[in-house]
Design a protein around this ligand. Structure first.
Ligand code: ADP
Ligand code: MG
Length: 240
């Protein structure tokens, strides 16, 4: 996995030239999985200190790769991260906490929306503009109101495209990328890696479902699932 490709068993390695379809995860597999934060965007009149305090209180409970640099940044600013109650992480989606009676959630836009938050037009415009520039986004809500965004980038591994090309030259017909990220970023990363097919906005469970369905519909195809084991362990486990 040093090269970013975790192959489930030696057996798979032997089979590699027989594999017709590769299904791959994005974050940590095609990309480094080490997000670089470009900026924090605050909505409304909340102070930076308050905003970062809420954000830190939530992210300290998360295993998502972006949580670590976020927490580090906040600590470096000298902001004390309060401990919260009832952290609930939905892997690949976000985390929700209760802090002194306030509900704070951090995660992907759809996750925050599904928790009942409404994004105003100006917020949607910011989201669209950052996505179009290729940034990944995470939203933060306070009592179901969006209070800001984390704008970050996770770069494609330079080796990704050559691995895709190598498998194609060995006979692979199809690569499919699955990601929890939004469609705009997904499209860009897939294209840069030389992958024609992708599915965006998937939860880890939906990734698993996709693979199960794909295998059922293509019972005779040799399929390989590639991932870093983060949020996709279940999907990896059922792959060939
Ligand atoms: P992938 O499916 O490509 O591996 P992930 O499932 O890791 O991607 O993440 C998809 C999106 O989920 C990210 O772009 C990010 O916005 C969001 N996300 C999920 N959990 C968190 C969290 N705890 N903190 C911040 N962002 C999160
Ligand atoms: Mg992942």
């Amino acid at each position: 996995s040093e090269k970013g490709v975790l192959i489930k068993s030696a057996e798979v390695l032997e089979k590699i030239s027989k594999i017709e379809t590769f299904i791959t995860d994005k974050t940590g597999t095609l990309t480094f999985g080490k997000p670089k934060i470009s900026k924090f965007v605050k909505f409304g009149s909340i102070t930076e200190k308050q905003f970062l305090t809420y954000l830190g209180a939530a992210e300290i409970n998360s295993n998502h790769p972006v949580a670590k640099p976020v927490v580090e940044y906040i600590k470096k600013k000298g902001i004390k991260i309060p401990s919260s109650e009832k952290p609930r992480e939905s892997p690949g989606e976000g985390v929700e906490i209760t802090l002194k009676g306030k509900k704070i959630a951090v995660g992907k836009i759809i996750y925050i929306k599904n928790l009942g938050a409404k994004f105003e037009t100006f917020m949607e415009k910011e989201i669209e503009s950052f996505s179009k520039q290729g940034f990944s986004l995470t939203a933060i809500s306070l009592n179901k109101k969006p209070i800001g965004l984390i704008v970050f980038e996770d770069n494609l591994r330079p080796s990704a495209k050559s691995i895709v090309n190598l498998t194609k030259s060995l006979g692979a017909k199809k690569w499919i990328m699955l990601t929890g990220d939004g469609p705009v970023v997904a499209k860009k990363i897939a294209k840069d890696a030389g992958i024609d097919n992708f599915e965006a906005n998937l939860t880890p469970r939906e990734k698993l479902k996709f693979i199960e369905k794909f295998k059922k519909e293509n019972p005779n195809l040799q399929i390989a699932m590639i991932g870093d084991g983060v949020n996709d362990a279940a999907a990896l486990a059922i792959a060939d």
